[in-house]
Design a protein around this ligand. Structure first.
Ligand SMILES: [Zn+2]
Length: 289
């Protein structure tokens, strides 16, 4: 399995000189779980560059969303393969109770985007199977957990040949008990640690710092400190700090990475840590990805 990051910025694209190194595109990660089979996790603006590379070669494409917030769907109309005659793109419906498939297409209504969904030249198909069942037939393990996030959101764990990665770009590990989005249930760090246990790679929301709290507690995102504690408890191989705040400059993200590494060196020395940047690859076929 080869995972590649095409966008890791939270909330809104942030092009400009202060975000060049970590990137300004919103969430998109590809996982080529076997040659020619590409799972696309989220369709933020990062999916545009991914689409340019995929358009140049034959491959099977599967798109799975964590949720429908704007920064996770807005790149879809610019995904080149959906305009290619003969191309087959499969999309899974939302797993968190909202209309994942329709939000991808609703933005292509002729008003917000000039091309409408029924004008696409590629075959874009909604898969009715649950993705866990669908991917099991391809020997790819896929498990899910409901994240703590306004409007609902999923976390995914993909596994193959004894190696695994967890993708949780939007998740508040410790939300206040009275947060509106916890009424349907509130997962705890113990729940998330069990879900992530022993994963080789954990890409997790680390949008905030302790200094951002308490103002932003209950907004649906975690702090760097919370992500590190989750990585420690789950004994993951590598923690990727993800969903960078749009106001965070490259030097500021560097500082968060340094802070996380100092903490982990003291409390969980076996956990490697990177602030995730656009273009990063994680080869999950290799030990120590
Ligand atoms: Zn987001």
């Amino acid at each position: 399995m080869l995972a590649q990051v095409w966008g890791c910025r939270g909330s809104v694209p942030t092009p400009g000189p202060s975000t060049v190194r970590f990137g300004g595109n919103t969430t998109c990660v590809s996982v080529e779980f076997e040659p020619g089979r590409v799972l696309v996790l989220d369709a933020g603006t990062g999916i545009r560059a991914l689409g340019r590379t995929l358009a140049g070669r034959p491959c099977e494409i599967y798109i799975l969303l964590t949720h429908d917030h704007w920064d996770h769907i807005q790149g879809f109309p610019f995904f080149a393969p959906i305009y290619q005659p003969g191309r087959h793109v499969r999309i899974f419906p939302s797993l968190h109770g909202q209309q994942g498939i329709s939000t991808l297409f609703e933005q292509m209504d002729g008003a917000h985007f000039p091309v409408t969904a029924d004008e696409l030249l590629g075959k874009v198909e909604l898969v009715n199977d649950h993705p866990t069942d669908f991917f099991a037939r391809m020997n790819l393990g896929l498990t899910t957990i409901a994240a703590n996030h306004p409007g609902g959101c999923m976390g995914y764990r993909v596994s193959r040949a004894g190696r695994s990665m967890v993708f949780m770009p939007d998740n508040e590990i410790d939300p206040p008990a009275d947060a509106s989005f916890t009424r349907a249930g509130r997962r705890t760090i113990d729940d998330f640690a069990a879900f992530c246990d022993g994963a080789d790679l954990l890409l997790h929301d680390a949008m905030y710092t302790q200094a951002d709290l308490p103002v932003k507690r209950g907004w649906g995102h975690s702090t760097v400190e919370q992500a590190c504690e989750l990585a420690r408890r789950a004994r993951v191989g590598t923690l990727g700090l993800f969903h960078h705040d749009p106001d965070r400059t490259d030097p500021q993200v560097d500082a968060l990475q340094a802070q996380a590494r100092v903490w982990l060196a003291k409390h969980a020395p076996s956990v490697r840590c990177h602030a995730v940047a656009e273009g990063m690859q994680f080869d999950l076929a290799q030990p120590g990805a």
